[in-house]
Structures are given as structure tokens and as C-alpha cells.
Design a protein around this ligand. Structure first.
Ligand code: ATP
Ligand code: MG
Length: 330
């Protein structure tokens, strides 16, 4: 079976709709056909120095949400990144293979660094993509289901794998991105030019999976559209409406063309109302299951320990070879 790996950062108290449609829903589908490894990437979250109690809580919430959306601990290894120490180790080896210019080209770094100011942004944000490459390469991953914002990091992972293989001998598989065009970038409800993001969207711009139905409805009704009234997909002129059409279509299974026909002449109000219902219907059971899973912390931690054990077994094997190839003494 081909292998799949992906990760999500515990940088907020819930996943959002972009994480769900762009990534996590594919994770669930792929666990049936792939040897699946999915991580709550807490080491990545450390790049923005969260409070320890926040990180601890968010890591458990993230894990509970992963099980709640349908990841099955029997089929997929669901684990916490820091539990498999080899990720940090391989990240260092890959940092040593990366050029400064190459790392400086990463647009996510540039965006995140701009937020803090170029010189006060942490070095961890700069080396983040090499840690991500380690996450992927350590499992000899074939496919990496992500949103389009991670495409550049995936290209770097491939480049690093290739470079390592040619310098030290064949060691890593070259990973491929698995990106679904229709949901590759769900945008912020208040700013349809920006991706919905855990750490940079405003509360009004983000749809959290764990949000109360009343609040969800309000936010969707207030989503930025445009001065027109036609419900049609038009990326250039109707980015907000197009985003809502994508969301409806992805959750309801109806095609965008069918939705355009269905809402012809009805205006934005009726359309948004239905989008809200489709979102609420999808999220309600996930929210309920998440709460149940969080109520039994010991069991949740046990599931994560099982996942980490499976991940470690693969990581260890890769690392023994990597150390030897680099010339590190046994
Ligand atoms: P942060 O703002 O802290 O970086 P995030 O919202 O970008 O958080 P991540 O944990 O970095 O979330 O990403 C988890 C997965 O979700 C990745 O595969 C990423 O590509 C995907 N993803 C994130 N935002 C979106 C979005 N708006 N649309 C589609 N996919 C997304
Ligand atoms: Mg992100």
C-alpha cells in the first residue's frame, strides 16, 4: 500500500473549515487505501511560542477532532509529532542540506515574518519547512494531502530528498502533493483574497468546526460578498460568493453549476442561509464526538500512544540508515 502522511498544527482551539475541506477530509478518505500517518504537529506550533497550557489543551483538542471526523486508530497511525523524537533529529540533518537563499524564498515564512517584523521573527519559523520535510521523509511518504498553501514546502521536501539521495545514496522516497483543486484554498469570510487561517484570520473571518450553530449561522450570513445579487462562480469579480459556492458544493455534493441554477434570481440571503445549514449539519455530529472524546483524557492519550508507537517503528528504521549514510558513528 502506498503511504500517506500529513499534519495539522495545534495553534488554535479548533480546526476550521479550510483545514477540514482542504486537508483533513482527504485524510479520512485515504486511510482506506493507504498506509496512513497523521500527526498533530506540536513542534511546528512551538515556532509561535504558545503558552504551555494552551499548547497542551490544543494538542488534545486537535487529536480529539481528528478521531471525531472519522480517523480510525485501527487503520491510521494518529500521533503527536513530539512523541517521535526522530522528527527533530532529521530536521537538523535536513537544515544542514538547505541553502539560505532556498529557505528565504519560502512565502509562508515571508508572510509570517512580516507579522512580527523581519528581524524579530523566530528562527524556528525560518527552519519550519525543513522540519516539515523531516515529517514527510522520515516515513518514506508517497502522498501528502494538504491545501495549496503547502505546495511550496512540498517542493522543498522533494528537493531535499533528491539532494540527500544524490549526495549520500538513495535514502528517501520522493513525496507527491495530494491537493484537491476544488478545495485547495478556502478563503477568509471577511477577506476573500486571503486563505482562512487559524492564526491570522479574524474571528469573523473563520469558521471553526467546534463553533456553536448560532454563531456559525451569523458569521456566514455576514460573509463579505459583493454589490451584485447573482449567485454565480466568478473568481475575479465575486470571490466571496465563489468561496461560499465551493463550500456548499464540497459539503453537499451538489455541483457548482447545479447550485447556480438552483439559486438563480434568489439573491444572496437565501443562498447564504442554505450554506449555513449545510455547514451546521456537517459540524454538529463532529462537535458532539469531539466533546465525548475530550471527556476521557486518559483514553485519548492512550490512543495517541498507540499511534506514536506505530510511527516510531517506521521512523527508527529510516533514521538508522540516515545516520549511517551521513557518516555518524553507530
Ligand atoms: P496556521 O495559521 O497556524 O498556520 P492553518 O490554518 O494554516 O494554521 P495548518 O495547521 O497550518 O492550519 O494547516 C493544516 C492543513 O490545513 C494543511 O494541509 C493546510 O494546507 C490546510 N489548510 C490550511 N488552511 C487552509 C485553507 N484555508 N484552505 C484549504 N486548506 C487549508
Ligand atoms: Mg498554516
Amino acid at each position: 500500500r502506498p503511504r500517506v502522511l500529513s499534519g495539522i498544527q495545534p495553534t488554535a482551539d479548533s480546526f476550521h473549515l479550510g483545514n477540514y475541506l482542504g486537508a483533513v477530509r482527504q485524510w479520512v478518505a485515504l486511510q482506506d487505501t493507504h498506509d496512513a500517518f497523521y500527526a498533530v504537529v506540536d513542534l511546528h506550533a512551538l515556532t509561535v511560542t504558545p503558552k504551555p497550557e494552551d499548547l497542551r489543551r490544543r494538542t488534545r483538542v486537535a487529536a480529539a477532532q481528528l478521531f471525531a471526523v472519522g480517523l480510525d486508530p485501527e487503520r491510521a497511525a494518529v500521533f503527536v509529532q513530539s512523541h517521535v523524537r526522530e522528527h527533530s533529529e532529521l530536521a537538523w540533518y535536513l537544515i544542514c542540506q538547505t541553502g539560505m537563499g532556498e529557505a528565504a524564498r519560502m512565502t509562508q515564512f515571508k508572510d509570517k515574518a512580516a507579522k512580527y517584523g523581519e528581524s524579530s521573527a523566530g528562527v524556528g519559523l525560518f527552519t519550519y519547512p525543513m522540519l516539515m520535510a523531516a515529517d514527510i521523509l522520515i516515513y518514506q511518504t508517497d502522498q501528502v494531502p494538504v491545501g495549496v498553501d503547502q505546495k511550496q514546502h512540498l517542493e522543498l521536501s522533494r528537493d531535499l530528498a533528491q539532494r540527500f539521495n544524490s549526495r549520500y545514496g538513495p535514502t528517501f522516497k520522493l513525496p507527491n502533493p495530494y491537493i484537491l483543486k476544488e478545495v485547495e484554498k478556502i478563503t477568509d469570510l471577511q477577506d476573500p483574497s486571503a486563505k482562512m487561517s487559524k492564526s491570522s484570520s479574524s474571528p469573523q473571518g473563520i469558521i471553526d468546526l467546534l463553533e456553536e450553530p448560532g454563531k456559525l449561522r451569523k458569521k456566514i450570513m455576514r460573509a463579505v460578498t459583493d454589490t451584485g445579487s447573482e449567485v454565480i462562480a466568478d473568481e475575479e469579480n465575486k470571490a466571496g460568493v465563489t468561496n461560499l459556492l465551493r463550500i456548499h458544493s464540497a459539503l453537499s455534493g451538489m455541483s457548482i453549476a447545479d447550485l447556480e441554477a438552483r439559486f438563480a434570481g434568489q439573491g444572496y440571503g437565501a443562498f447564504k442561509k442554505e450554506v449555513a445549514e449545510v455547514v451546521v449539519d456537517t459540524f454538529a455530529p463532529i462537535r458532539e464526538r469531539t466533546e465525548k472524546l475530550l471527556a476521557d483524557e486518559a483514553e485519548l492519550d492512550r490512543l495517541l500512544a498507540v499511534g506514536a508507537e506505530r510511527a516510531r517503528a517506521v521512523a527508527r528504521e529510516t533514521m538508522a540508515q540516515v545516520r549511517d549514510r551521513l557518516g555518524l558513528l553507530p
